[in-house]
Design a binder for this molecule. Sequence first.
Ligand SMILES: *[C@@H]1O[C@H](CO)[C@@H](O)[C@H](O)[C@H]1NC(C)=O
Ligand SMILES: *[C@@H]1O[C@H](CO)[C@@H](O)[C@H](O)[C@H]1NC(C)=O
Ligand SMILES: *[C@@H]1O[C@H](CO)[C@@H](O)[C@H](O)[C@H]1NC(C)=O
Ligand SMILES: *[C@@H]1O[C@H](CO)[C@@H](O)[C@H](O)[C@H]1NC(C)=O
Ligand SMILES: CC(=O)N[C@H]1CO[C@H](CO)[C@@H](O)[C@@H]1O
Length: 470
Amino acid sequence: MRLRSCFLGLLALFVAGKCSYSPEPDQQRTLPPGWVSLGRVDSEEELSLTFALRQQNVGRLSELVQAVSDPGSPRYVGGLHRFPPTSSLRQRPEPQTSGTAGLHFGVTPSVIRQRYNLTAQDVGSGTTNNSQACAQFLEQYFHDSDLAEFMRLFGGNFAHQASVARVVGQQGRGRAGIEASLDVEYLMSAGANISTWVYSSPGRHESQEPFLEWLLVLSNESALPHVHTVSYGDDEDSLSSAYIQRVNTEFMKAAARGLTLLFASGDSGAGCWFVSGRYQFRPSFPASSPYVTTVGGTSFQNPFRVTNEIVDYISGGGFSNVFPQPSYQEEAVAQFLSSSPHLPPSSYFNASGRAYPDVAALSDGYWVVSNSVPIPWVSGTSASTPVFGGLLSLINEHRILSGRPPLGFLNPRLYKQRGAGLFDVTRGCHESCLNEEVQGQGFCSGPGWDPVTGWGTPNFPALLKTLINP
Ligand SMILES: *[C@@H]1O[C@H](CO)[C@@H](O)[C@H](O)[C@H]1NC(C)=O
Ligand SMILES: *[C@@H]1O[C@H](CO)[C@@H](O)[C@H](O)[C@H]1NC(C)=O
Ligand SMILES: *[C@@H]1O[C@H](CO)[C@@H](O)[C@H](O)[C@H]1NC(C)=O
Ligand SMILES: *[C@@H]1O[C@H](CO)[C@@H](O)[C@H](O)[C@H]1NC(C)=O
Ligand SMILES: CC(=O)N[C@H]1CO[C@H](CO)[C@@H](O)[C@@H]1O
């Protein structure tokens, strides 16, 4: 069975015209694959419209984000308050093995904590006002009872909180979703014993713009968690540029406020589509935003042992066709492009775009408890993202305890430090177009940054050391 990871399909707004629909000016006029026209909407059907005002002075906001996110800048240390106002999770078949000595049977919190070098002391102290959050869309709900069962089964060797501190928004009363269960369970076992919130923006039927809805809720609050993880995204080309730019402006604001936003890089490797008569890779948004930290995926080299990590072939990565390359990553990307021995043809990707992911974590073979049932072999960058987020929360905990502000927008620092504190993933390639030219292969990882696993996966004590000052 394959479960789609929560890579969100945002509904295009089909305004029923006389005999057809009229999409936004930059949207394709034919129905995308998988969509079927069911005729006119019933006149009684409710439709909620979102109106967003065009934002002013976005250029100045961009300069400000640069200043507050660069450790070399005098403006790095917060002080800015109240700035003006298709998950594709999958279940893969169990790999085959012989013999059982010293093996693990899937990724659990203790496997994560072992691989990333966390000790029993690496948990929230309970003495700070530190908190973390994940956001849920697409009618994905978690159940507190699943979290409790998960912690009963897997939370034995580290202090943790047994329930979510706060749900912002409406959780529906339906069955738990695997995505929501996974996010909550792993955010709370990587960022263990740290107060955890869930932002719930249900309603793919009611709103075509849930990211904006969620971001406006964040924008509207003055005290909120420092780290937010989101395991949802969509093909960049399926969204209107007005919408992408509007959402991106909210990401800039969040960065300027000192929030850390992590997004899953997607589960289709480099992606693929056939457009204008040729094959191209297909980037994903918000993963491609220059103002978020994007998390790719890895597997254990030996799936049953805590070993080095290699590329998980599904790990989303590539180059944006919308956002130009931010200056913080120019050097790293140039280095990759000039040294990778397996570069795909240049017509497949836009080398001048924002390249992602920035970092990675295990994405393969997780145990999740959902609707009271332990489910093995759940895979996707949806899993990597809350794990990385939880570890950043633990680093924030140390920063807060020593009187420093939380990390905020991480990328300028991450690239300036050339991925210090991360295990470099250097083996494996991710998937892409199944055609003769590239034969299913996208980019390949190598030493240093690459558009498959970014700078690599966390070695907690080393990462803490490099991110604790200033
Ligand atoms: C962390 O883990 C790696 C690999 O498991 C190991 O080589 C290293 O010594 C560990 N400790 C530190 C402090 O990095
Ligand atoms: C976990 O947090 C609680 C408060 O929520 C605190 O009392 C406890 O000491 C913390 N555990 C550890 C091991 O720090
Ligand atoms: C913002 O907060 C105010 C006051 O709490 C509330 O009335 C309003 O609905 C909120 N707006 C959004 C978009 O959440
Ligand atoms: C490539 O990316 C740039 C932004 O970096 C964009 O302006 C341009 O339109 C993109 N080209 C294509 C073919 O999408
Ligand atoms: C962001 C966060 O967790 N804020 C909390 C800080 O502590 C106060 C008082 O306990 C809470 O009300 C806030 O929610």
